[in-house]
Design a protein around this ligand. Sequence first.
Ligand SMILES: [Fe+2]
Length: 413
Amino acid sequence: MSASGNDLAGAYARVRQASLTLAAPLSAEDCCVQSMPDASPVKWHLAHTTWFFETFVLEPHEAGFAPFHPSFRTLFNSYYQGVGARHPRAERGLITRPGLQQVLDYRAQVDARMQALLASALDASLQALVTLGLQHEQQHQELLLTDIKHLLSCNPLLPAYADAGAGGAMAHAPPLRWLPQDAGLHQIGHAGEGFAFDNEAPRHTVYLNAFALASRPVSNAEYQAFVDVGGYAEPGHWLSEGWDWLQARARDAPMYWQRNDAGGWAEFTLQGLQALAPARPVAHLSYYEADAYARWAGARLPTEAEWECAALEFAPAHEAAIGQRLHPAAMTAASNGCGEVWEWTRSSYAPYPGFQPAPGAVGEYNGKFMVNQYVLRGGSCASPPGHVRPSYRNFFPAGACWQFSGLRLARDL
Ligand SMILES: [Fe+2]
């Protein structure tokens, strides 16, 4: 995303419209409900992404600034202590007022004020702040889809967010190959031109032992073999905390899988319940499930440095050619599945050597979450086009599985 003035105004308009397009198939009721503390209502996503621009861009930089509504500063603040009070995360679904239409009015007013600001000459730091706001909104566009998927999955009618597509082909994924990497020093992290979040820097040197990385993520068919052989009933495959997690949920298969009448498996998707497609990458795994499968398969999860060093061999150009989609595509000889599911790594989410968060409240964006989470790499079908790059670090707690999260195997050489 270019930071030059007119380009920035165009990018602003495109990204903001994309959020409205995602919300368009939903009713006001769909947009209000919160299905679990981790997931936010669509209406909240629409308001909070607007709040980001109003609070961090307009408030300090707009002449004669006046808020759209004084209470929104607290109501739609997610986690920024530097901004002040916040509405509790788990109670976002209780905000029946403002209604959806008032939130849409909030968006329209802030957009008009932002476009007026973008028509003036912005210095580099303000351009960077607007770009951060757009990247932030893209992150919420992915969450909007995964959160609405969870909400719809809680409805006994299993409604579809969108009409069913072609469905998953019943073919199998191409054979998995191992890509060997020599031991040695490597560079990871973001450097050079283009946007990156602060947690991707500084670029630095790491030493890696010789290892091999799988040529593609684990498929549904491969994961089903683990499920069908009783992998969810054998504590020897699981981390202790993972086994406890499993027992507490009485889970015997990944989230969204259900047995069909014929004794096979179906999975709930944004296009409704579909037969489990063997060649699609397995999705919606927790770290515990990804780790258990890898151990059962005689392999392990990669570290994030291993993933990034090998990424150039399998990563697609994460550019506009890959649009935001509702479900991972089946893997074929021509498509190796990279960018279809976030891939769990065994790396704790920690600062890189020399990491410095940005000054001020926006410095709370990433750095303060660097504890008790694991890094995921690669992007997913639900990531907006152009949003992800090989140095991108997503992160979630080990039990999170409502994202499109899968795994790629690694092993020592
Ligand atoms: Fe946010």
